[in-house]
Ligand binder design. Sequence first.
Ligand SMILES: *Cc1c(COP(=O)(O)O)cnc(C)c1O
Length: 241
Amino acid sequence: MSTEAISAAIAQVTARIEAACTAAGRDPQEVTLVVATKTVPLDRTIDAVRAGAVLLGESRVQDIAAKAGTLTALPERPRVHMIGRLQSNKINALLRAGDVVTCVETVDSHALAEALGSRAAAAGRTIDVLVQVNVSGEETKAGAAPDDAVALATAVAVVPGLRLRGLMTIGLNSPDADRVRAGYALLRELRDALLASRAPGTSQATELSMGMSGDLELAIAEGATIVRVGTAILGARPAGG
Ligand SMILES: *Cc1c(COP(=O)(O)O)cnc(C)c1O
């Protein structure tokens, strides 16, 4: 896929985001696009950056480590969100990738938050994090149970070295739009409850990262501020990616 083709695909997705915002009476400026370059080789990741992808989503620390040096040197200064499961034994490698990684969207336990925060603080850094919630309850999905999400986020909010920016979820994989949308509504309600708690460290927890290639309109209708889009921009990933 050429830079031109990626650029046209980004324009199409941006148009979808704008149309969804208009339909929801929202300002398109409220929604940030993360281009999921996970599993995409370095050369095509660079093409995506040249095509206008300034915020990338990566799901494996090894891939971030392999891409970080090149990405950091690009004039576009792309940034990376970690959108895959983070194992504690990969935290040091993640931090060594440097400040190209600005946000870990997948914090789903207090232990992981403590481990990430303490090492970030030791490196003199503060990392933005989202708490991942499993709104659909599917067993294969990571994330805190909805009933535990506000308590976990409140605890994460006061971990030194971390800055809690909101909540993230991977939506239900289903053709039933009403059920998918109900999950996104639930994440919004949890975010609202978190903000309403006025607990220490929660005042900046405004982000809702939800919605992907197939359902970003449903997520935006429920208040998504970050959508993570891979396939619709970069084409289908190899099976298992
Ligand atoms: C792969 C991935 C995406 C992008 O999914 P697409 O359907 O390709 O748009 C979004 N979020 C997460 C967490 C992912 O792993």
